[in-house]
Design a protein around this ligand. Structure first.
Ligand code: F6R
Length: 238
């Protein structure tokens, strides 16, 4: 697991956009694994800028998102489908985008269908990850065991607290989510995790102690051969 330290959040976003650009240039029909949350917004804005400047083209590329609240109407302003439409999908030209369906009547069948679609696409070429303050990746919350397949997960208290900032008092925050499982994430050819801000410094420090902590899902990434963790100075504890 390699760590790259960028001075600022803007530098981190540019670095990540360069990795995306290189991936697209080397394989126009790349399959991207995408994340939501505050962290990738700078990256998505930069990808849109490059797309508008004619520097990159997603017309042959496909995307799969890591997770979605459950239950939630995909049209709800806080759904991850809405987030992706707003920040990226409506602004560039992916050939297809897949977000787990927050309204699926059978969440288990929805997860199985999602895993099968990722596999049929040949797996993810470049998987983008954020990092939860509690060490979660996607919505794989700290636990004593982890399902390999995508699954319906009850969100941890830390996650609910961290994400409550997005919901108004009238909007009911879902307490569960559908999340990609470890198999899908680990079958990615390259994983790039973006981490910004001093509130993630403690978990970043633990991730780089050279130990796999079973209660820090992100530390399991040590077992993947091609992981780049891009942090800004604040997340690096500087
Ligand atoms: C979201 C996701 C989550 C976030 C994480 C960090 O799709 O997979 O694991 O990446 O909760 O969120 P932010 O970037 O808001 O700190």
């Amino acid at each position: 697991m390699k760590k790259v330290v960028c001075d600022t959040y803007d530098d981190l976003s540019l670095f990540a956009a360069d990795i995306f650009t290189r991936q697209l240039k080397s394989k126009a029909d790349s399959v991207f694994g995408l994340a939501t949350g505050s962290t990738p917004i700078g990256l998505y804005d930069e990808l849109v800028r490059r797309y508008n400047a004619g520097e990159i083209d997603f017309s042959n590329a496909r995307s799969f998102n890591l997770d979605e609240y459950y239950p939630i109407d995909p049209g709800h302003p806080q759904s991850y489908r809405s987030f992706m439409e707003k920040h990226l999908f409506s602004r560039v030209n992916f050939s297809s985008t897949r977000v787990l369906d927050g309204e699926a009547s059978n969440p288990h069948a929805e997860c199985a269908a999602y895993d099968a679609e990722v596999e049929a696409a040949g797996g993810i070429d470049l998987q983008l990850l954020g990092l939860g303050v509690n060490g979660h990746i996607a919505f794989i919350e700290p636990d004593t065991s982890y399902p390999l397949a995508s699954y319906l997960v009850e969100l941890a208290g830390d996650t609910l607290k961290a994400n409550s900032r997005f919901f108004t008092e009238d909007e009911k925050q879902p307490t569960s989510a559908l999340s990609a499982g470890l198999s899908t994430i680990f079958s990615s050819k390259h994983i790039m995790m973006l981490v910004t801000g001093a509130n993630k410094a403690e978990v970043i420090k633990k991730m780089f102690e050279g130990v796999v902590y079973t209660d820090i899902p992100a530390s399991l990434l040590h077992l993947h051969p091609n992981v780049t963790v891009v942090v800004d100075k604040a997340a690096n504890g500087e």
